[in-house]
Write a protein of this length. Sequence first.
Length: 133
Amino acid sequence: RGAGAWPDVSQRGHELIDAELHARIMAGEASLDEMIDIGRQVTEQQQEAEDLLRQREARIFERCFGTPSGREALALLRTKTIDRPPTDEELRATSVEAFALLQARRQGAANLVFQVLAALDYGRGIEKEQDNG
């Protein structure tokens, strides 16, 4: 790529690049090893930021659903979304399109509960693949 063609690095990524190196990158003069190293560092910082966000979300959900009343509310939400049996409308769907629309609506509601459960698991140190499909 020529000068000015390299995409901007994230805001946090700029912290890793001194002005001289930034100028060499923009001029297309940085070595491949330098570019790989910068990419790795930016990726690590982005992962750290994502981990901090997940920890914050886990703490928020734990404060909300970590009490007896909160656990009861979460159990109710789960019953009404993830664990609920198909509705009459879902069972009577006569076309693929109607069935798909109803399932998308159901899955959308369930996904919110899956996100809360995943955040709570993360806060407890349990990381698992989120398979809610």
